[in-house]
Design a protein around this ligand. Structure first.
Ligand code: GDD
Ligand code: MG
Length: 348
């Protein structure tokens, strides 16, 4: 059995001011009618039988629950984290919950904020991976990358292994020069941040490599309380858990990692440049949302929320107008929006 686990606890700071602390990226609709979380859940139709388990910050519980309700799908519980402790603990909570009833499902770990164009190809990769995961492998999905993105982790593939490849090594977010070398070599995939493994295998590896995280999560879930759809864990125990990603905590250390390639039009929409790329554009390369008037404007992304936005004689800009903040950035520099968010946090 495959149990989807959707991680929806990120903050999406590189899409500020669209993405906000109280309404982050995964709950926004950036490409079409549905939100990113809803698209993530819809993508599972025809692939799995078990409803997804969601994990998000308790602050976002009503947004998450309402978006699932609107979509009209079932879920297997919404885990509420009192604080964000990154993905290794989030997955541990799901894994402990999954084995509570003596079962040991394959966890299909997904991020709630990815775009995948080719759903058939996504399903094929998951089906290939499930054979490997059943054998106790920890499968990561490797995206066939086409440019030296520095916002992603990279996976070097080793020897062919059944329907995938042994993972030779993981490198989290390399610098540009290194990334260029990786892409040119053809031996590396982008780390999609999606995984498939048995719940028990993940917990065993976590216990081996990060017993501190394992023990903190075990303690946090032992004192769980459930109300309605929500599963709450013990605040003090979870607060005491170290903050670590699954990549650093487990995937970089395990001897049982395999990578299954995925070529499914994937993007994690990690910033405005990526959002511009996946958006539908006019003949001048512009992607406009809202009320926009443009003259002699090229390759520009505009979000106009509540008033008219007009541009004249500009190119490669990102302009985001929301009720209380306006962002104007060069498209190639838009990753640095994160620094603005840090500055704002420091001032508050
Ligand atoms: N529940 C929960 N709790 N979810 C979280 C938390 C948390 O504390 N932190 C992050 N997430 C969710 C995010 O919402 C996102 O969907 C996913 O986990 C990945 O977290 P990011 O913070 O977006 O990670 P990243 O983009 O910097 O890097 C990861 O993903 C890349 C691909 O998108 C790494 O796995 C990279 O190696 C990978 O290339
Ligand atoms: Mg991300």
């Amino acid at each position: 059995m495959i149990l989807p686990v959707v991680m929806a606890g990120g903050s999406g700071t590189r899409l500020w001011p669209l993405s906000r602390g109280n309404y982050p990226k995964q709950f926004l609709s950036l490409s079409g009618e549905h939100t990113m979380l809803q698209d993530t859940l819809s993508r599972l139709n025809g692939l799995v039988h078990s409803p997804a388990m969601l994990i998000c910050n308790e602050e976002h519980r009503f947004i998450a629950a309402e978006q699932v309700r609107q979509l009209g799908v079932k879920h297997s519980g919404i885990f509420l984290e009192p604080v964000g402790r990154n993905t290794a603990p989030a997955i541990a909570l799901a894994a402990f919950k999954a084995i509570e009833k003596g079962e040991d499902p394959l966890l299909l770990v997904l991020a709630a904020d990815h775009i995948i164009d080719d759903i058939v190809s996504f399903h094929q990769s998951v089906n290939k991976a499930s054979e490997l995961a059943k054998q106790g492998k920890l499968v990561t999905f490797g995206i066939v990358g086409n440019k030296p993105e520095t916002g992603y982790g990279y996976i070097k593939r080793g020897e062919e292994f059944s329907t995938g490849f042994v993972v030779d090594s993981f490198v989290e977010k390399p610098d540009l020069e290194t990334a260029k070398h990786y892409i040119a070599s053809g031996d590396y995939y982008w780390n999609s941040g999606m995984f498939l493994f048995k719940a028990s295998r993940y917990l065993a590896e976590l216990k081996a490599f990060r017993p501190d995280i394992y023990n903190a999560c075990k303690k946090a879930i032992e004192i769980q309380s459930n109300d309605l759809d929500f599963i709450r864990v013990d605040r003090a125990a979870f607060e005491a858990c170290p903050d670590e990603s699954v990549d650093y905590a487990v995937m970089e250390h395990t001897q049982d990692a395999v990578v299954v390639p995925m070529d499914a039009g994937w993007s994690d929409v990690g910033g405005f440049a990526a959002l511009w790329e996946v958006s539908t554009k006019d003949e001048n390369g512009n992607a406009f949302t809202g009320d926009v008037k443009a003259v002699d404007t090229k390759n520009t992304l505009v979000f106009g929320e509540d008033k008219l936005v007009a541009t004249v004689g500009v190119e490669n800009l990102v302009i985001v107008n929301t009720k209380d903040a306006v962002l104007v950035a060069h498209k190639d520099q838009s990753q640095h929006v994160k620094s603005i968010v840090q500055q704002l946090k420091a001032e508050n």
